[in-house]
Design a binder for this molecule. Structure first.
Ligand code: C6P
Length: 405
């Protein structure tokens, strides 16, 4: 079992008062707080190692290059990719998805083709595909979900045609908490030789990810939702897929040889990493991964599952509490409404009590349209949250309800 009180000491930001109240940070699906080891890694990099990498002959450049490539190997092992060159550093999940949508779209999409996504995608896994489809006059098809917020995957078989080029699905929904049956989805798609991209932005901080076991073709995530800094993320792609895709951006690093007549491209992963990379944040991402591995992803999952159970039970006792997203398989995300109270009114009162939650559509407007609601209040938990904090949330919701009813 995790010693949560001890763990909390690793996170400086958790120990502060807001409006003279102890901070209860429950906006972890938006971004997590950072452990000291991650902050220190960043400081150490800029204090001692800072230099541009790959092209330098001098000591600092060589040291930083080695450290950055070690960070790549750290990510590779964390998600069990077959090769380190299958790990492309990006700015985050959004950029990873845009990279695939743009490059895959350019190479493989033709007029009349189809891309399948689901009804519960984050806008980051909708709009890039819409852009790609618009360019090639292709179409988006949508796997629906039921009232509980579970995908109706029997419909996937019906949606697939010989024109389907790719399936792109979120591993865990940021607004509903649903853990999707991605292995099953991948099996169905692969039966028809269709590659699958998983948006793992919400999954990587909570589950042990094994991309070879999943057999996904692409996996995308952001560092800042898994205790690393903002501005760094990952695209995993199977070697064979990445080899086939054209570059996303042009510039330094991604080339082998440039003349005005013709440019040849660098090998993987550099073909997709144009320009000076975000070295410091890459190293800090590796530090976050080591931190998670030391705690153990299984232990983290156990703790968060207990928090989810406890919070679900306690909140459900509040009269007129309505949970949005009641899938059997859920991560520690609770989206809710209370009576007719507008989510942002609830959020403002919770904030004044020191409780940080997110309100609104969470960049998933189609989900809100499905439930015919303007948005939700969302409490999302991390490895450092406590049962006492759940109690504070429950009391806060009761108080807000009293004030707003
Ligand atoms: N969700 C949330 O509060 P970026 O912004 O690139 O780090 O991540 C985008 C993204 C993609 N997919 C999913 C499932 C996500 O949840 C997010 C980010 C945040 O839920 C911001 S809206």
């Amino acid at each position: 079992m995790l010693d949560i009180n001890n763990i909390r000491n690793d996170f400086p930001a958790l120990h502060q008062l807001v409006y003279k109240k102890p901070l209860v940070y429950l906006d972890n699906a938006a971004t997590t707080q950072k452990p000291k080891v991650v902050i220190d890694t960043l400081l150490e990099y800029y204090n001692k190692q800072n230099s541009n990498i790959h092209r330098g002959v001098h000591y600092l450049s060589q040291q930083a290059t080695v450290a950055y490539e070690e960070a790549r190997i750290c990510v590779q092992k964390f998600i069990n990719a077959a090769y380190s060159h299958e790990i492309i550093f990006t700015r985050g999940a959004t950029e990873s998805i845009n990279l695939v949508a743009s490059s895959f779209g350019k190479k493989f999409l033709k007029k009349g083709d189809e891309i399948i996504i689901s009804g519960m995608e984050h806008h980051s896994n909708i709009v890039p595909w819409q852009l790609a489809c618009e360019e090639k006059q292709a179409f988006l098809k949508i796997i629906p979900f039921n009232e509980n917020g579970e995908l109706i995957i029997e419909d996937l078989e019906k949606l697939i045609t010989e024109k389907t080029k790719l399936v792109a699905i979120t591993h865990i929904s940021n607004a509903l908490g649903t853990i999707n049956p991605v292995k099953k989805i991948i099996e169905i798609a692969h039966k028809h030789n269709i590659p699958v991209l998983l948006d793992g932005a919400q999954a990587v901080p909570h589950l042990k990810i094994d991309v070879q076991e999943l057999d996904c073709d692409f996996y995308c995530f952001s560092g800042h939702k898994m205790y690393a800094p903002m501005g760094v993320g990952v695209l995993y792609g199977k070697e064979k897929m990445l080899e086939e895709l054209p570059p996303y951006q042009g510039g330094g690093e991604m080339i082998k040889n440039v003349t005005f007549e013709k440019t040849t491209y660098n090998e993987l992963p550099f073909k997709f990493e144009a320009g000076t990379p975000n070295v410091g944040d890459g190293l800090a991402l590796a530090a976050a991964i080591k931190y998670l591995e030391d705690l153990g992803m299984e232990n983290i999952k156990l703790h968060e599952t207990e928090l989810l159970k406890y919070a679900t039970k306690k909140l459900s006792e509040i009269k007129n509490f309505r949970m949005i997203g009641t899938a059997k398989e859920k991560a520690a995300v609770i989206s809710f409404l209370v009576g007719n109270i507008h989510p942002s009114d609830m959020g403002i009162i919770l904030d004044k009590l020191g409780i940080a939650v997110r309100t609104g559509h969470h960049c998933t407007q189609p989900i809100m349209d499905f439930y015919k609601i303007p948005g939700t209040v969302r409490a999302s938990f991390a490895l450092y949250n406590t049962f006492e904090e759940v109690d504070v949330l429950v009391e806060g919701v009761k108080k807000a309800k009293e004030m707003l009813s």
